[in-house]
Write a protein that binds this ligand. Structure first.
Ligand SMILES: [Fe+2]
Length: 308
């Protein structure tokens, strides 16, 4: 087997659902264990909703499609393509990163702050998935796989069982740097990626992935809520303080400021309550949950998934 083939997603592999789920503590996933990407149900990425700030910008759409095509290449080659980001794109990153920096110093979980440094994520330039992926593998055997847009919930979550996060590479529209209706590199790299270097958080994410592969439709909805109130909007106790670790908070100044204002209701994390808590995707979040630690989140979730 040559080098390139070794890193390729195993195209002869079974479908996602054929890979054994138990034991849950299997962190020794290698690239060769990854299932084929075939049949991954993507939402139509060419359909840009009208509320997308770039919907009527011909040049933006071309550029977004171009980067999406680079991301998509991974599925044939297994190799992540670095993106040659333009000065304008770098400017958007710099603008958002600098504004978030001050809020992060005040409100982000100390683990997150360290992890961002460990991964070499700076305010100066957009980090490449290749760099972060290399480091992530060393630290927690998690990995990144580029994708061109939103995938359906079950597929997206299922990939976490292979300690793999599917990640976009394009960036939001310059007219509204504080806002994106879809995941972009700011949301992925500023929000999600650093937390996967935490061993407990990585294991927890993997458990959700296993859950998604076994879940009934109703259980899948519950897992979606669990993911939402932790991975996206989670808060954690730290030495008597409350800190943010959710990607939806860490990658958005509006959400982060709101989370630490008196307009939000903070609740102690309770699994039963969280999995039954319906939320509205597009609203600013009125209720947030605080976990005592990543280790406890992991153990509670283990029991829950084992009950499936
Ligand atoms: Fe996200």
């Amino acid at each position: 087997m040559n080098g390139a083939a070794k890193t390729m997603p195993n195209t002869t592999a079974n479908a996602l659902t054929d890979v054994p789920v138990f034991p849950l503590d299997n962190i020794h996933i290698s690239d060769a264990d990854l299932p084929a990407f075939t049949d991954m149900p993507f939402e139509d990425i060419e359909e840009l909703e009208l509320d997308h700030p770039g919907a009527n910008d011909e040049d933006y759409r071309k550029r977004r499609d171009h980067i999406a095509a680079m991301s998509k290449r991974f599925r044939e080659t297994g190799v992540i393509t670095d993106i040659d980001y333009t000065d304008e794109e770098q400017g958007i990153w710099k603008h958002v990163a600098e504004r978030l920096e001050e809020l992060h110093q005040r409100h982000a979980s100390p683990f997150y702050l360290r992890a961002k440094k460990d991964l070499g994520i700076s305010n100066e330039r957009i980090p490449q998935l290749t760099e972060m992926n290399r480091r992530l593998k060393e630290l927690s055997n998690f990995r990144l796989a580029p994708i061109e847009g939103l995938v359906d919930t079950r597929a997206f979550l299922s990939w976490l069982s292979f300690r793999t996060m599917l990640s976009t590479q394009y960036i939001r529209h310059h007219s509204r740097p504080e806002y994106t209706p879809e995941p972009d590199i700011v949301h992925e790299a500023m929000g999600h990626i650093p937390m996967f270097t935490n061993r407990n958080f990585a294991d927890y994410s993997q458990f959700i992935g296993y859950g998604a592969r076994m879940a009934t439709d109703e259980q899948l909805e519950q897992l979606g809520r669990l993911y939402w109130f932790t991975v996206e909007f989670g808060l954690v106790e730290h030495e008597g303080d409350i800190k943010a670790y959710g990607a939806g908070l860490l990658s958005s100044f509006g959400e982060l400021e709101h989370a630490f204002s008196d307009k939000v209701e903070l609740r102690k994390f309770d699994l039963e309550q969280v999995i039954n808590h319906e939320f509205t995707y597009s609203d600013i979040q009125p209720v947030l949950y605080i976990i005592p630690s990543y280790a406890e989140l992991k153990e509670v979730t283990r029991k829950y998934i084992e009950s499936f």
